[in-house]
Design a protein around this ligand. Structure first.
Ligand code: M6R
Length: 370
């Protein structure tokens, strides 16, 4: 059932490209417009939505954070991302024009289920983004957009994360289409770029895995790791940190690169591994340059820096000790490739330490208690 792979996690990381490709399938009409046929909510209702609240836990919440950057940019409505277990305890502002998006791989996460029940009681519509047909979360939602990642067995969520981003992006582009906040051509262009992602993810798997494994060998003795990113790189940093802590039991912190000087930089000492998600170097804009200066700052304090950067980025080459390369792609789509070496890194570190990659201690695949 592992299809020849040493672990389910290994197999599932190698299914990242197909998770993206399959989640894009069947979401377009003959004209090439987005048609979310399975979502039985009237276009009129979608047009009236003035706020989105994503409720989710763990990895799914980081997919929600990534989607926030894209949806706010495309649809021009506020998107809040709330950990499902915090949501009910703060008297959230919900109206019939709020769309609550519950993201869950298993569809059985009790915290997320309780959050969506609360939202429905307040009169909001709930749309589930879920990987498991017929599970509780989609059953109790007003609508569902299934991710087609295929069954995910390893406790660490990998391919589902990519599929969740793609499904949330399809929702965002659909909202932009019905609300008219983007031109049809712009939407088509992004869809075309999304369709090109599986090949780019495959490239990372084919050409960066050795580099990642070498880094894992070199760093497997490290007691802690820091991950930092900006913009969509921020949730990717959080996700990379979560993977490493849950599978390799390494103490990690993921944070927004701009926070460095507000505290975390105090943690940096000689040899501390710091993983930095570097935005596209195309045009070497402020976003890129700010993140590069973050690398310089931690390096000046003795950090061992690992960058995830666009192929040929001269600054990453110059300032980072190790670089995991990604093919060029638009910033909003880069999480789909950037997370891949971080998934491999966590898996390799766990394997080197002789740990059970698929079943880390103390964790369950789906958390069905509150
Ligand atoms: O099944 P769900 O997507 O609702 O699960 C949410 C989290 O429990 C899950 O993503 C967890 O954080 C993973 N173990 C992360 O790898």
């Amino acid at each position: 059932e592992k299809g020849g792979w040493p672990s389910f996690m290994d197999k599932e990381i190698h299914e990242d490209p197909s998770a993206v490709a399959d989640t894009l399938l069947g979401r377009f009409d003959a004209k090439g417009d987005i048609a979310l046929d399975e979502v039985h909510i009237d276009e009129e209702v979608f047009r009236s939505i003035d706020k989105i609240i994503v409720v989710a836990c763990g990895t799914a919440s980081y997919a929600g954070m990534v989607a926030k950057y894209a949806i706010e940019h495309w649809v021009r409505i506020p998107v809040e991302v709330e950990l499902a277990h915090e949501f009910r305890y703060r008297d959230p502002i919900l109206t019939h024009r709020t769309l609550v998006v519950a993201i869950s791989q298993s569809g059985e996460t009790m915290d997320t289920l309780m959050a969506l029940r609360h939202a429905r009681e307040q009169g909001s519509r709930v749309l589930a983004i879920c990987n498991t047909q017929g599970s509780s979360i989609p059953r109790e939602s007003d609508a569902v957009l299934y991710t087609h990642a295929g069954p995910e067995i390893a406790v660490a969520s990998t391919k589902a994360f990519l599929a969740q981003i793609v499904a949330a992006y399809m929702l965002g582009l659909y909202l932009a289409q019905v609300k008219g906040t983007m031109f049809a051509d712009e939407i088509r262009q992004i869809v075309g770029q999304l369709k090109a992602m599986p090949a780019k993810i495959q490239w990372v798997l084919d050409h960066q895995a050795d580099q990642v494994e070498q880094a894992a060998r070199r760093l497997s003795g490290a007691r802690s790791f820091l991950f930092l990113g900006r913009h969509v790189g921020y949730p990717v940093a959080m996700e990379g940190a979560l993977k490493l802590k849950e599978i390799a039991y390494t103490f990690t912190e993921g944070f927004a690169a701009g926070e460095l000087k507000h505290g975390p930089i105090a943690l940096v000492e000689e040899g501390e591994p710091v993983v930095v998600i570097v935005p596209s170097s195309h045009g070497r804009d402020t976003l890129h340059n700010k993140v590069i200066s973050g690398i310089e700052e931690v390096k000046a304090r003795g950090a061992f820096t690992i960058a995830v950067a666009e192929e040929g980025d001269p600054d990453a080459e110059r300032y980072a000790d190790v670089v995991f390369w990604r093919p060029a792609c638009p910033t909003l789509l880069s999480p789909l490739v950037d997370v891949v070496p971080l998934q491999l890194l966590a898996m390799d570190m766990a394997q080197i330490k002789g740990l059970d990659v698929d079943k880390p201690r103390n964790l369950a695949k789906s958390v069905t208690v509150e």
